[in-house]
Write a protein that binds this ligand. Structure first.
Ligand code: GLY
Length: 365
C-alpha cells in the first residue's frame, strides 16, 4: 500500500507549487484533485505579476513583493524540469489613470513607492502606438506577466518528473480527524492517509468539512482575441486590462461577480469587455474573438489569503488568494513548506493565519 507524508487537496498552481517545494525537501506527496489538475482558477487567470498598492491590501505587500522577485527563478526551475516554455515576459505595464494623482487611488508619494513612472503622451505613442489615452494619463511600471496555463502545465509536468502522485476526478468530501489530529482525507470513492493535509482547494477550500475558514467563489469572465496589432506591454485601464502573449493572443479581462459556482460565459458580458478594450486600443476592432471563459477566484471576507496551520494538528491551509494566486504561488510554496516542516519563518504570517476566523467566531459566540 502506498503511503504519503503529505496530502494536498487541490491541483492548482498553489497546490502544485507547494507539492514541489515539499518534494524537494524529500517528502512523499499526494495531490487529490476534484477535477483535472490546473483547470480551475489557474487556468482562467490572466497572469499579471502585479505586486503593488493599491492593487493589493497593504498587509499582503511584503509577501507579494517577495513572490514577484522569486518569479524568474521559479519559472526557470519549472521550465528546466518540464522542458516547457511558460512565456514569462518583462516588458512592463502601462497603467491608465483618469487623473494624474488620484484616478486609480494613487497618491504622488505612493506612485514613487510603487515604482510607477509618469509617461508623457508622446512617450506613450512611442511605447504603444495603438493605445488611445482618451482623457487618461499613463504610468509605466516594471512588471512581469506569465501564461498561467503554460505555467500550470509545466508545474504538472515537473510534479510528475519528481514522482509526486496525483489523483484526478476525486473530490475530497472531508478531512479525517482522529484523536484531535488529522489522519487523511476521504473522497466519495476512497480514503487516503497521511499525518499532514494541506487544503489548497481554491474557491472550494472553505466548503470541505470541518470548514474552519470561509472562502467564496468570485467569478471572472475573460476572453482572448487574435489577429490584432501586437501590444508589447500589459495595459491596465479602469474597465479592463489587456495582457499580450508572445504568440499574438491578447487577453481582455475581467469581471468580478458574485455568482456562486456558476462558470457560464455570457455573450453580452464578452461584448462589453471587447468594447472596453476597443475604447483603449481602437485597432482591436480588427481582432477576432479567439475564446472566452470564466474562472472562480477564491475570495475571503478580508481580502487576504489564508496561510498556515488550523487549530487541528497537522491540518494546514493555503487558499483565498483571490486575484493573486499566480503572483503569490512562489512565496506561498516557500512559506507553507517552512510552516509544515517547522523551519524558521522568514515572514510574519499572523495576518493571514486561518486562526483569525476561529478567533472571530469565539468572540461572536
Ligand atoms: N488577477 C486578475 C484578475 O483577477 O482578474
Amino acid at each position: 500500500m502506498r503511503t504519503w507524508e503529505v496530502i494536498i487537496i487541490g491541483g492548482g498552481i498553489i497546490g502544485l507549487s507547494l507539492a514541489l517545494a515539499l518534494r524537494k525537501r524529500g517528502m512523499r506527496v499526494l495531490i487529490v484533485e476534484r477535477g483535472e489538475p490546473g483547470r480551475e482558477a489557474s487556468y482562467a487567470a490572466a497572469g499579471m505579476i502585479a505586486d503593488f498598492a493599491p492593487e493589493l491590501p497593504p498587509l499582503l505587500l511584503p509577501l507579494a513583493i517577495a513572490s514577484a522577485r522569486m518569479y524568474p527563478e521559479f519559472v526557470h526551475e519549472l521550465q528546466d524540469e518540464s522542458g516547457m516554455n511558460v512565456d514569462l515576459r518583462d516588458n512592463g505595464t502601462l497603467l491608465l489613470s483618469a487623473h494624474a494623482a488620484s484616478g486609480l487611488g494613487w497618491k504622488s508619494e505612493s506612485e514613487t513607492q510603487s515604482g510607477l513612472e509618469f509617461v508623457s503622451p508622446e512617450a506613450v505613442a512611442k511605447l504603444e502606438p495603438e493605445l488611445k489615452l482618451n482623457e487618461h494619463v499613463a504610468f509605466f511600471r516594471k512588471e512581469r506577466s506569465v501564461d498561467p496555463r503554460a505555467l500550470t502545465a509545466a508545474a504538472i509536468q515537473a510534479a510528475k518528473h519528481r514522482e509526486i502522485d496525483i489523483v484526478s476526478g476525486n473530490p475530497v468530501e472531508g478531512v479525517v480527524i482522529s484523536a484531535g489530529r488529522v489522519s487523511g482525507v476521504s473522497t466519495g470513492k476512497t480514503a487516503y492517509s497521511a499525518p499532514v493535509v494541506v487544503n489548497c482547494a481554491g474557491a472550494w477550500a472553505g466548503s470541505i468539512p470541518p470548514c474552519q475558514f470561509p472562502t467564496r467563489p468570485v467569478k471572472g469572465q475573460i476572453l482572448a482575441v487574435i489577429g490584432a496589432p501586437v501590444l508589447r506591454h500589459v495595459v491596465r485601464g479602469g474597465e479592463v486590462y489587456l495582457v499580450p502573449r508572445t504568440d499574438g493572443r491578447i487577453l481582455v479581462g475581467a469581471t468580478l461577480e458574485d455568482a456562486g459556482y456558476d462558470k457560464r460565459v455570457e455573450p453580452d458580458v464578452v461584448q462589453r469587455l471587447q468594447q472596453s478594450a476597443i475604447e483603449m486600443v481602437p485597432a482591436l476592432r480588427m481582432a477576432t474573438l479567439h475564446k472566452a471563459w470564466a474562472g472562480l477566484r477564491p475570495g475571503t471576507a478580508d481580502g487576504l489569503p489564508i496561510l498556515g496551520e488550523t487549530s487541528t494538528g497537522g491540518y494546514f491551509v493555503a487558499s483565498g488568494h483571490y486575484r493573486d494566486g499566480i503572483l503569490l504561488a512562489p512565496i506561498t510554496a516557500k512559506v507553507m513548506a517552512q510552516v509544515i516542516c517547522g523551519e524558521k519563518l522568514e515572514y510574519d504570517l499572523s495576518a493571514v493565519s486561518p486562526l483569525r476566523f476561529e478567533e472571530k467566531q469565539l468572540a461572536m459566540g
